[in-house]
Design a protein around this ligand. Structure first.
Ligand code: GRG
Length: 290
């Protein structure tokens, strides 16, 4: 049985709002962490994990919710740090003043540090089997750290005044955005103790979905509005960032988006063949791009 996406989002938000306070021992830090965490994101990454678990035949419980919601803590840290004056210097995120605008750069840095560290605590501190917790810890560290998202962010900063090739840009996007989304899907397979072959196909779906997600974000920076996005738009071109539309034009970027989505749909079919189960639940996630 697949839980509809809006209900998964509600379950994640309930878990986050009831659980954060217990693990933070300083009032201002707790307020700063809670402020960005509960500012209303799409909760896409933990929802991907939970939907994957259900499509593989699992039933959600508090331990699975805790391990999956950890990724939302980590994702929120990346947004807080990305918005800091020393990085993108943004004033608006999730439709609200950014964390440093509200709490100052020092406390915002600590709120990000706290969310990053707490993510690993939630992955380790639950009742899932020890081998599941250790695999999740390793894969999350690889996806989020200096061989994943942090490296992608470093490439992004360094690439600002350089012209990247399509292959270099794809690699940057894969690390900066794709790795956490890849992990989100793979984590569902790890929690359900699947074979290496199935986990590989889940990761491939996440990788293609993650690339599509970043190309779409690049396109929306040009085609959407601040009101619709809840953050500043048209910043990429102003700051000479490397983006798909910047490199290929809007039509070229749309073509690459379609290619990534076609590849993700193929992974979805492969998963159905490999497991004998329906992966139609991913259709709701693919509909995000329509
Ligand atoms: C600071 C180490 C470090 C990394 C930052 C994720 C990231 C790397 C930067 C955020 C800026 C950005 C545009 C990243 C691309 C990925 C992306 C579209 C993030 C926003 O994710 P959504 O759309 O946001 O899921 P919500 O608010 O819905 O959670």
């Amino acid at each position: 049985m697949s839980t509809p996406l809006p209900i998964l989002k509600e379950q994640i938000e309930n878990y986050l709002s009831k659980s954060l306070a217990a693990d933070v021992d300083q009032a201002t830090l707790r307020d700063a962490m809670n402020y960005s965490l509960m500012a209303g994101g799409k909760r896409l990454r933990p929802a991907l994990t939970l939907a994957t678990i259900e499509m593989l035949g699992g039933t959600l419980n508090d331990d699975l919710l805790r391990a999956a919601s950890a990724l939302e803590l980590l994702h929120t840290y990346s947004l807080i740090h990305d918005d800091l004056p020393a990085m993108d210097n943004d004033d608006l995120r999730r439709g609200k003043p950014t964390n440093h605008c509200k709490f100052g750069a020092g406390m915002a840095t600590l709120a990000g540090d706290g969310l990053l560290t707490l993510a690993f605590q939630w992955v380790a501190d639950n009742h899932l089997p020890a081998n599941v917790r250790s695999q999740l810890t390793l894969e999350l560290a690889k996806a989020a750290g200096p061989s994943g998202m942090v490296a992608g962010q470093a490439r992004d900063i360094e690439g600002e005044h350089q012209h990247l090739t399509l292959n270099q840009l794809r690699y940057l996007h894969r690390q900066k955005t794709g790795e956490l989304i890849r992990y989100a899907v793979l984590a569902g397979g790890i929690m359900m103790d699947q074979s290496a072959e199935i986990k590989q196909e889940l990761a491939a779906f996440g990788e293609n979905y993650g690339l599509a997600f970043q190309i779409y974000d690049d396109l929306m920076d040009i085609l959407s509005t601040t009101e619709a996005m809840g953050k500043a738009v048209h910043k990429d071109a102003d700051e000479q960032k490397n983006t798909y539309p910047g490199l290929l034009g809007v039509d070229g970027a749309k073509e690459q988006l379609q290619l990534a989505l076609t590849a993700a749909s193929q992974n979805q079919k492969n998963l159905e063949k490999l497991t004998g189960k329906s992966f139609a639940g991913y259709d709701d996630f693919l509909a995000y791009f329509k």
